[in-house]
Design a protein around this ligand. Structure first.
Ligand code: FAD
Length: 460
């Protein structure tokens, strides 16, 4: 008789949980996975995937403008929001179905309901009942953080609701300066809404390279997004003409929708982690070691709930490393260095490695190579959109420490650059790469002149 019902019980069928459950089940282990919402998790249901569909939908307006400069006439372009929502939801349902089938085909059991720990080996699943497991994996992800004390917070939405608005707003105020706020600013702007982005910091996209941050702010403004920096919401009120955002700088702006995108928090509420003795960080994330193991010997955690790098591919790789270690006898830890990321803003960003500021802090002397250019695609248009390409190179070893691109296809470009940076490419090796012509990314391999940032004089 087995001591427990399962060898592995996974809580949360998102990116990390599904990968771990599937691999563990394929190894022959008896596996169950609980999901309180829809299989696929944030990425598939209310994150990366539907967001990217919205980005695609919204980019057409910009393409139409460019098309005109190439001789096309597009007189009656119009956008049907309900049609878009229907198509998006169909595709999301299809993808979620694939996740369910993959789990089933691997032999994992799916339990629909909110799961919570009763002790280190016992899980209670809402409307399903109690189950026991030898090992437990917490993969519950994150959720939008809401400032409960903000007067009028109940009038606001988060990214979760932005995917299901029954009507496309004419005016939207987005609070926040992170990648989700910036991406939705581009989406709603592209779909014809009047967008105001309100961020309390001195610039958007904290953590990204400073040149990237200021470049994107300029480009957003060129496309018609109003960016208000150094201000935050003090209240949101219902007025006669819509919602009124009261800001800390004394300004007020009226809109149809106020979206709060003020960060995300690990989703551990009601999980019973304290009952099982699982330790959390100060930010409420599950504290884990490099093998994603918590302080409780038989409990692990992967993905956003651990608040390491909160991206889908990272959650997947952490889930995979856990399964390889525990069910295939191959101790594996995911390396969180040099993880490339993209912001699907308009224009988009691709970034890998260190920002200039972080590189200076860590390595002292660095060389900067930087180009700003008009993307060839816009050669005929009178708009003044610019792309930015930047390399951060360690002086002593000539190792490329960071690569940052803002412009068309930047996320696609950075995926390839990430391979080179992960391998420790040096600037001479980078330069030895022959350009692909005519492309925007060829500029990256032809950057020869060192850039001296304003204010730094000759200090490399
Ligand atoms: P999740 O995918 O969040 O899955 C957790 C699952 O656990 C959820 O389905 C949840 O319902 C379930 N759950 C939680 N608690 C319980 C419980 N007690 N019982 C049962 N089930 C439970 N990342 C990228 O890499 N690229 C992007 O472009 C990108 N865009 C994003 C856009 C938005 C708007 C958002 C919000 C996120 C985006 N992300 C993106 C981040 C990405 O979605 C997450 O990093 C990823 O989904 C994390 O995976 P996870 O497995 O940790 O958790």
């Amino acid at each position: 008789m087995a001591k427990y019902d399962y060898d592995l019980f996974v809580i949360g069928a998102g990116s990390g949980g599904v990968r771990a459950a599937r691999l563990a089940a394929v190894s022959g282990a008896k596996v169950a996975i609980a999901e309180e919402h829809r299989v696929g998790g944030t990425c598939v249901i209310r994150g990366c995937v539907p967001k990217k569909f919205m980005v695609y939908a919204s980019e057409f307006s910009h393409h139409f403008k460019t098309a005109k400069s190439y001789g096309w006439s597009i007189e009656k372009a119009s956008f049907d929001w309900p049609h878009f929502l229907e198509e998006k939801d169909k595709e999301i349902a299809r993808l979620s179905g694939i996740y369910v089938r993959n789990l089933q085909n691997a032999g994992a059991e799916l339990a629909h309901g909110k799961a919570k720990l009763l002790d280190a080996h016992t899980i209670d699943i809402d409307k399903v009942g109690r189950r026991t497991a030898d090992r437990i994996l917490i993969a519950t992800g994150g959720r939008p953080w809401m400032p409960a004390e903000l007067p009028g917070v109940e009038h606001c939405i988060t990214s979760n609701e932005a995917f299901h608005l029954t009507e496309l707003p004419k005016r939207i105020v987005i609070a926040g300066g992170g990648y989700i706020a910036v991406e939705f600013a581009g989406i709603f702007n592209g779909l014809g809404c009047e967008v105001t982005l309100v961020h309390r910091g001195p610039n958007i996209l904290r953590g990204f390279d400073d040149d990237v941050r200021s470049h994107l702010t300029e480009e957003l403004e060129k496309r018609g997004v109003t960016v208000i920096l150094g201000a935050s919401h003090t209240a949101v009120e219902k007025g006669a003409g819509g919602l009124v955002s009261k800001l800390s700088n004394g300004h007020e702006c009226e809109s149809d929708v106020v979206m709060l995108s003020l960060g995300r928090e690990p989703y551990t509420e009601g999980l019973g982690l304290e009952t099982a003795g699982v330790e959390l960080t100060g930010k409420g994330a599950v504290k884990v070691d490099k093998f994603s193991r918590s302080n409780v010997e038989n409990i692990w955690a992967v993905g956003d709930v651990t608040d390491r790098i909160n991206l889908t591919p990272v959650a997947i790789r952490e889930g995979q490393a856990f399964a390889e270690t525990e069910f295939y006898g191959r101790p594996t830890s995911f390396d969180h260095e040099m993880v490339a990321s993209a912001v699907f803003s308009q224009p988009p960003i691709g970034s890998v490695g260190l920002s200039e500021a972080d590189a200076r802090k860590q390595y002292g002397k660095v060389d900067i190579y930087l180009a700003r250019l008009k993307p060839m695609k816009y050669a005929f248009s009178h708009g003044d959109e610019r792309a930015l390409l930047k390399l951060v190179v360690e002086c002593e070893t000539e190792r490329v420490l960071g690569c940052h691109v803002v412009g068309p296809d930047a996320p696609e470009i950075i995926q390839m650059a990430a391979i080179a940076l992960k391998m420790g490419v040096t600037k001479p090796q980078w330069d030895a790469t022959c350009a692909v012509h005519p492309t925007m990314s060829e500029e990256l391999v032809t950057l020869r002149e060192k850039h001296v940032p304003i204010g730094l004089g000759q200090v490399a």
